[in-house]
Design a protein around this ligand. Structure first.
Ligand code: SF4
Length: 301
């Protein structure tokens, strides 16, 4: 793979724009996930599609869709990063998280499953934690069953499954994620079966200014025994700005805390992940670096 562009800081997050030739460009990220050193935590975020067909309102990855990546193409992103920081292939971080989250919805690519299982065969990893961040696209039930099998039989609870739900209103979810997808009830049914002890299934809420979140609805569908909640800011992508989706963390701190308090009162573990705000300056949010690169080259839409 060739690197077209990179930006960031090695001690915070570095975003890479790579190509496999032609117009097939992907972003991938090397991050410390807020830790002081890679020895403590090392997070690598990989693309599994070229662009994304889901076209979420808050994401810049949907500017085009060029299809799924092969297993080798996915692993080439990781290898580029590992060779920089651990050229021997020995990864002794306390937590080495490989997250399939950008660009592209990972559940739309069968090769993601093989990539997950090959990583510990290629590298000597002390504590490998695969992570999938998904909007739960419909029609991919077999794929999700395969991931469930991995969690139960290989990773035994050390597999982080994150569902990007963002709202308890199905109508609002349809607006934000304009694609066929599982309902909250279907996510709950699957998540209960996915849970194998260890890591709870995570419900991600990227909190914009108008996400309806009804904690009574949440508690009636999801059990705090199997599900945890992660609240993050809505990242400042171009699409988020175009649709006036505004992050509440700076502007409406009180609202955020009220929702978080209600979630905690309902028994959920809630992780508020503001992350490292320097990552916004680095444009490490999904699709941002690709859009910037295309605009610089005069090819932007
Ligand atoms: S958030 Fe994920 S699923 Fe939605 S458009 Fe972006 S990459 Fe695709």
């Amino acid at each position: 793979m060739d690197i077209l562009h990179q930006q960031g800081r090695n001690d915070v997050a570095m975003v890479y724009l790579g190509t496999y030739g032609g117009d097939l460009m992907v972003e991938f990220v090397d991050s410390l996930g807020g830790a002081e050193s890679r020895k403590d935590k090392w997070v690598v975020i990989l693309s599994s599609l070229v662009g994304c067909p889901i076209k979420c309102k808050f994401c810049d990855a949907g500017i085009y869709y060029g299809g799924p990546l092969s297993t080798d193409e996915i692993l080439a992103q990781l290898d580029h990063i590992v060779r920089i920081h651990a050229p021997s292939g020995n990864i002794d971080s306390k937590k080495f998280k490989v997250q399939f989250a950008r660009m592209g919805e990972p559940a739309l690519n069968d090769n993601v499953i093989e990539a997950i299982t090959r990583i510990p065969e290629i590298y000597n990893v002390k504590n490998y934690m695969p992570c999938i961040s998904t909007v739960a696209p419909g029609g991919r039930e077999e794929w999700f069953e395969s991931v469930l099998e991995l969690n139960h039989h290989i990773f035994k609870g050390n597999f982080q499954m994150q569902f990007s739900v963002h709202s308890t209103s199905e109508d609002y979810r349809d607006f934000l994620i304009p694609s066929k997808k599982w309902s909250l009830r279907e996510i709950a049914d699957y998540g209960e079966r996915f849970y194998a002890g260890g890591r709870k299934v995570t419900l991600n809420f990227a909190m914009g200014n108008s996400n309806p979140v009804d904690v009574d609805v949440l508690g009636s569908i999801f059990s705090p025994d199997e599900f945890a909640i992660k609240v993050t800011p809505l990242n400042p992508t171009l699409n988020a700005e175009e649709f006036s989706l505004i992050n509440v963390f700076d502007q409406d701190e009180g609202n955020r805390l009220e929702v978080v308090k209600e979630m905690r009162d309902a028994g959920f573990d809630v992780h508020v992940s503001i992350g490292d705000l320097r990552e916004n300056e680095i444009k490490s949010n999904c699709g941002q670096i690709l859009v910037s690169y295309l605009e610089e080259k005069g090819r932007g839409t």
